[in-house]
Design a protein around this ligand. Structure first.
Ligand code: C2E
Ligand code: CA
Ligand code: CA
Ligand code: CA
Length: 276
């Protein structure tokens, strides 16, 4: 390789240097990026295999950085969490997703929209007010909004989170537990945390040939059914996966098999291609 003349230490340093610089650039530019209109939302469909119909969309954030191009949320969300910008970013995303959902509703499409909510939002105790404000401003039926939260919140003051979730659900807004099964297991909290559904992480929904994975999914599905929770399988990429999951009793799918997250204008053509 071209770098073979340099020793490992130098190469390593160069790489971390670049990563640090990139992070600093993102951190600095993010402050203006909302106002500059550089963020946009893409939508990934959720599909019910049993009824063969669309049952909702997940809103996923993208940042079109002027110099670096499209930056993924896996990279900029942690930075936004560190700087605190996650609060205004979430506000913006919620508003954008609800506005879009309202638009679809007025055209007769009654599928709910899910928005990812970082646990940081529960620490400031302002989430409930955001949600109320956005629903009022966009005049969206609260039942059409769902918040996706992650298991990692079990580290925070759980009683306080439960209180906030109850308040949010009392508005009619739904709550889903994202990436279920990957975190520090909140299974023990499932009967206390007020949620409506679970999203099975991609790690669980691939390689379903291994019997241990099937056993785990089976157990999760049984438990979810007892607790009256819907289960959504994430990261579904193949027909075989869909067959295994439906055999096990999971009927709601999300993944590249159906569609990658789409820009608004790509959705109509996609829907037309599905019903043909
Ligand atoms: P997530 O909530 O688990 O979202 C699912 C991720 O899996 C998305 O990545 C989606 O594009 C990807 N995905 C969907 N189907 C497939 C598939 O079949 N195969 C594979 N390999 N991947 C699939 P994305 O959009 O890059 O988002 C990454 C993470 O960033 C999200 O994971 C979520 O935790 C976070 N995120 C995205 N948007 C927001 C946001 O508005 N707010 C917050 N707080 N976090 C967000
Ligand atoms: Ca999610
Ligand atoms: Ca997930
Ligand atoms: Ca994830």
């Amino acid at each position: 390789a071209k770098n073979s003349g340099k020793n490992q230490y130098q190469v390593y340093n160069e790489q971390t240097g670049n990563t640090e610089l990139r992070k600093m650039e993102l951190q600095k530019d993010m402050q203006w990026a909302i106002e500059a209109g550089q963020f946009y939302v893409v939508y990934q469909p959720k599909w019910n295999v049993q009824t063969n119909s669309l049952v909702g969309f997940e809103a996923l954030l993208r940042w079109n950085h002027p110099r670096l191009g499209v930056v993924s949320p896996g990279e900029f969300i942690p930075i936004a969490e560190e700087t605190g910008l996650i609060v205004s970013l979430t506000k913006w995303t919620l508003n954008e997703a609800c506005r879009q959902c309202k638009k679809w509703k007025s055209r007769g499409c009654v599928n709910p929209i899910s928005v990812n909510i970082s646990i940081r939002l529960f620490q400031t105790d302002t989430l409930i007010n955001f949600v109320k404000d956005v629903l009022e401003k966009t005049v969206l039926d609260p039942h059409l909004l769902e918040l996706e939260i992650t298991e990692s919140m079990v580290f925070l003051d759980i009683d306080d989170i439960i209180r906030q979730l109850h308040a949010i659900r009392s508005l009619g807004v739904k709550v889903s537990m994202d990436d279920f099964g990957t975190g520090y297991s909140s299974i023990g909290l499932l009967d206390r945390i007020p949620i409506d559904s679970l999203k099975l992480d991609r790690l669980f929904t691939n390689d379903l040939e291994t019997s241990s994975k099937r056993a785990i999914i089976n157990a999760i599905l049984l438990m979810a059914s007892d607790l009256n929770l819907d289960v959504i399988a994430e990261g579904v990429e193949s027909q075989e996966q869909i067959e295994s999951l439906t055999q096990l009793g999971c009927n709601i799918m999300q993944g590249y098999y159906y569609s990658k997250p789409m820009k608004v204008e790509e959705i109509d053509p996609w829907i037309k291609s599905r019903v043909l």
